[in-house]
Design a protein around this ligand. Structure first.
Ligand SMILES: Cc1cc2nc3c(=O)[nH]c(=O)nc-3n(C[C@H](O)[C@H](O)[C@H](O)COP(=O)(O)O)c2cc1C
Length: 188
């Protein structure tokens, strides 16, 4: 059966609330531009980290470690590592998504570790959104400073940082390309 994406139904709000809970969470998530500095409940943070632990990874290797940073002093260092990004200070936690092995390349030629970590960070973003918290994914930091702070072994990498907190900015949707530009069935 082939699908014409142009004919996909537009889902109205009632449909989302009844049957599209996950898609609704996905649609509502956006990058937080600022946080208010309030702490994040540790039980909530545990659930967000649990979402990372349960994420899929190539061959289920789980070659990862998630370091949640909540101490003020450490967050100050992260702010420096992120070139002054105040979200590091005002997030409740900043999670360093680290790889413990970068040697596995999948049969398709792609290295698995950035993908594995991206899935884990995505899952954390969605759980945080579901918990009513904001997130910001960051690839803009000096990795050496982060590694020194968190005592990450030399051979490991910090692939992404994820700030989690109570956002102060208005959640906003950044436009995406239309479905007929990025999705097709059966051929390019
Ligand atoms: C791999 C990756 C790295 C990113 N790095 C940064 C970053 O360093 N700083 C930042 O402010 N946002 C960063 N972002 C957030 C993106 O800019 C953002 O997701 C994109 O503009 C879409 O906006 P939205 O998240 O609000 O939907 C990153 C996102 C991804 C997926």
């Amino acid at each position: 059966m082939s699908h014409d994406v142009k004919k996909l139904p537009v889902l109205d709000a009632s449909c989302y609330s009844m049957c599209m809970d996950i898609l609704e969470v996905i649609r509502n998530r956006s990058t937080a531009k600022s946080f208010d500095g309030r702490p994040v409940d540790t039980k909530v943070m545990d659930r967000i980290l649990e979402a990372a632990r349960l994420a899929p990874s190539a061959k289920n290797r789980q070659a990862w470690r998630f370091v949640a940073v909540g101490k003020e002093d450490s967050k100050k260092v992260l702010r420096e590592a992120c070139y002054g990004d105040e979200r590091m200070m005002n997030a409740g936690y900043v999670v360093a998504a680290c790889t413990t092995n970068i040697r596995y390349t999948m049969p398709n030629g792609q290295p698995s570790h950035p993908l594995d970590l991206a899935f884990a960070v995505s899952f954390m973003c969605l759980q945080a959104e579901h918990e009513g918290l904001g997130t910001a994914i960051l690839g803009t930091y000096d990795e050496r400073t982060v590694k020194d702070l968190l005592t990450v072994p030399h051979a490991m990498q910090v692939v992404l940082l994820l700030a989690v907190g109570h956002r102060t900015d208005e959640p906003g949707f950044q436009e995406r390309l239309p479905s007929d530009r990025v999705i097709s069935y059966d051929h390019w």
